[in-house]
Design a protein around this ligand. Structure first.
Ligand code: NAD
Ligand code: DAU
Length: 345
């Protein structure tokens, strides 16, 4: 049932906003979205790990966006900074499953200790918090399962990455219930679009082709991901910040289920290659089979709709973006491929 209007916790106008992880893929897209769609003053708090790029924030107005370089787990930095703001939107994370299998330690530090540190800061300062999480906390689905993930699906994370994100979600809910922290949560499916690191599936395959090599499919390529354009993720998060109910979780998805083989074939077609011009490589340990999101709550309660309902069109734009932005991705490409090669991937 949609809530009565009086139950909606409207926090507009958003004024002073911290975006953690705002120099990463989804965070930087969200900063651009905030600047375009609100009057907010934005502070990006980012440690600038390998996954970050200052260039993703290029061109933003200096009088509206500033970058603070630092660790979200550093309470001495975080607490006074948070106290100067109205809202924290928390994207910062170690985000790559393959890396979490090689070394889980930074995932525990950033995703769990970092989220804890932010929660303590917003609790002390009475600041609104939005926690960005993933559908991977729910584990995976069979290929023929008629169910999709929804807000009441039990948690069943598979990888160190998803287990630390699950832990961070539980911390947020505990801080809402125990301390009255004004927080909302969202769990989104796989994002694609500009400024995504070349370690991730879609940018890796596009840039391999642009480098004259072949896409690499883990295992048989039958694993299904529910793709959403990162711009649609941003509009959903903004809707939740503005109109979501405190303490509530909203699943974000755009009905974009495709298996990995289908996506590789689409990229090959968009780049003028043969449909069979790819390689099968060593599978990921514990590889989740399928993710799928039921976003009914977000759509009915907050009236959200994706603008990129056509995955093929969004993917074509993304191929074009990587083709035009070699300067952005080339610095990370060599080290990324060297790490994959060492694992037979
Ligand atoms: P990303 O790896 O591209 O960016 C992460 C950013 O966080 C980087 O800029 C990095 O420097 C920063 N960071 C890492 N550790 C930090 C620390 N200790 N202190 C401060 N900054 C730190 O990640 P992404 O793909 O943009 O994901 C952003 C968020 O969205 C994550 O919380 C992730 O779990 C979630 N998410 C991602 C997807 C997806 O498809 N990529 C889908 C759903 C949810
Ligand atoms: O579902 C949301 C999650 O999506 C986010 O929480 C994560 O932060 C984000 O990284 C992403 O996780 P995945 O593990 O699904 O994304 P990745 O891009 O690593 O892989 C997508 C699929 O493609 C997955 O089935 C593994 C496969 N793959 C990946 C790479 C890098 C390949 O087949 N070949 C590859 O080279």
């Amino acid at each position: 049932m949609p809530p009565a209007v009086r139950d909606l916790h409207t926090l507009l106008p958003v004024q002073r906003v911290i975006v953690t992880g705002g120099a990463g893929f989804i965070g930087s897209n969200f900063v651009h979205h905030l600047v375009r769609h609100t009057d907010a003053q934005v502070t990006v708090l980012d440690k600038l790990t390998y996954a970050a790029s200052r260039a993703s924030l290029a061109g933003l107005p200096e009088d509206r966006v500033r970058l603070v370089v630092g660790d979200i787990a550093d309470a001495a930095l975080v607490e006074p900074l948070v106290a100067e703001h109205d809202t924290v939107v928390h994207y910062a994370a170690e985000s790559h499953n393959d890396n979490s299998l090689a070394d889980p330690s930074p995932f525990v530090h950033t995703n769990i200790v970092g989220t804890f540190t932010l929660l303590e800061a917003v609790r002390k300062a009475g600041v609104r918090f939005h926690h960005v999480s993933t559908d991977e906390v729910y584990g995976d689905l069979e290929l023929d399962d008629p169910e999709r993930f929804h807000e009441h699906t039990p948690y069943r994370p598979s990888s160190p990455y998803s287990a630390t994100k699950a832990g961070s979600d539980h911390l947020v809910r505990a801080w809402v219930r125990s301390f009255g922290v004004q927080a909302t949560l969202s769990n989104c499916s796989n994002n694609y679009g500009p400024w995504q690191h070349v370690e991730k599936f879609i940018p890796r395959q596009i840039t391999e082709i642009l480098e004259g090599r072949r896409p690499r499919l883990y295992g048989k390529g039958e694993n299904v991901r529910d793709w959403i354009h990162t711009e649609d993720h941003s509009s959903a998060v903004l809707a939740i910040i503005e109109r979501g109910r405190i303490g509530e979780t909203y699943l974000i998805g755009a009905d974009g289920e495709k298996n990995n083989l289908e996506v590789v074939r689409m990229i090959l077609e968009l780049t003028g290659r043969d449909a069979g011009d790819f390689e099968h490589v060593t599978d990921r340990a514990g590889h989740d089979l399928r993710y799928a999101i039921d976003s009914t709550k977000l759509r009915t309660e907050l009236g959200w709709r994706p603008a990129y309902a056509d995955f093929a069109a969004g993917l074509a734009q993304t191929v074009e973006w990587y083709t035009q932005h070699r300067d952005w991705w080339a610095p990370a490409k060599h080290a990324t491929e060297a790490a994959y090669a060492a694992k037979g991937q």
